[in-house]
Design a protein around this ligand. Structure first.
Ligand code: GLP
Length: 247
């Protein structure tokens, strides 16, 4: 694991955008695994800036997203389909057919999971961007998820529902289930970048970096990946007890 400690959220976003831009410039037809949540929003803004300046093009890029809530229409503002359009896709020149996000709608969710695994087989990731749940989850792989998991339906934990309720006008509206890419597929990406900022992530960062590799902390699996970079700000790094590289 390479650990970069950033001064703050903006600095974290700048470092991440620089690394992702490098991947896109070196391989204009790269497949990017993308994440939702507050953590990557600043990074997406900077990628949009680079696109507007003519530094990046997304015309040959393919994307696969980590997860989606069950039961939210794609045009629901809380859905991850909406989030990705709003925060990235509608601002860059990515063809619609190159975008892939799990489908949490319909009566055959298991079938949707299988279909998504077929997509993941077809689009091996050059880079996977991740956020970090306060309980150590990656994607929506909650503690206890087998490291060998593929795309599956998740019953969200109380902690995750509570954490994510800040984004809903009524906490009761937070879906109780989601579909997520499994840990096995997340780890297949050539390169992984995980973002975490703020004190609320400090315990999870500590467990991910300094704890055992255990399914009780899904993000700890990154200790086993050969090209995982954690970009975390000082607050998120505040419980780490070793001296790590800073930028
Ligand atoms: C959600 C998402 C995760 C994300 C996590 C952290 O649960 N499913 O993919 O990493 O929240 O979100 P945030 O970046 O808002 O802290």
């Amino acid at each position: 694991m390479k650990i970069i400690i950033a001064e703050n959220y903006n600095h974290m976003s700048e470092i991440a955008a620089r690394l992702i831009s490098k991947v896109i410039i070196e391989k204009p037809c790269a497949t990017l695994g993308l994440a939702t949540g507050t953590s990557p929003i600043g990074t997406y803004r900077l990628l949009i800036d680079n696109y507007e300046k003519g530094i990046l093009s997304f015309d040959k890029i393919n994307t696969v997203n980590l997860d989606e809530y069950v039961g939210l229409d794609f045009d629901n503002e809380q859905s991850y389909h909406y989030f990705m359009n709003d925060n990235l896709f509608s601002h860059v020149n990515i063809p619609k057919e190159n975008v892939h996000i799990p489908n949490g709608l319909g009566n055959d969710l298991k079938g949707n999971c299988k279909d998504y695994d077929e997509i993941l087989k077809k689009y091996p990731r050059d880079l996977q961007l991740l956020g970090l749940g306060g309980n150590g989850h990656i994607g929506f792989n909650e503690p206890g998820t087998p490291f060998k998991s593929f795309t599956h339906i998740v019953d969200l934990t109380e902690r995750t529902i509570k954490d994510n309720s800040r984004l809903f006008s009524d906490p009761k509206d937070v879906p109780k289930q989601a579909i997520t890419m499994g840990i096995m597929e997340i780890c297949r990406a050539k390169k992984i970048i995980l973002l975490a900022s703020g004190k609320s992530k400090a315990d999870a960062v500590y467990a991910m970096v300094s704890g055992d590799v255990t399914e009780n902390c899904p993000a700890s699996v990154l200790q086993l990946h050969n090209d995982a970079t954690l970009i975390i700000d000082k607050d998120a790094a505040s419980k780490l007890d070793r001296n790590f590289m800073t930028e």
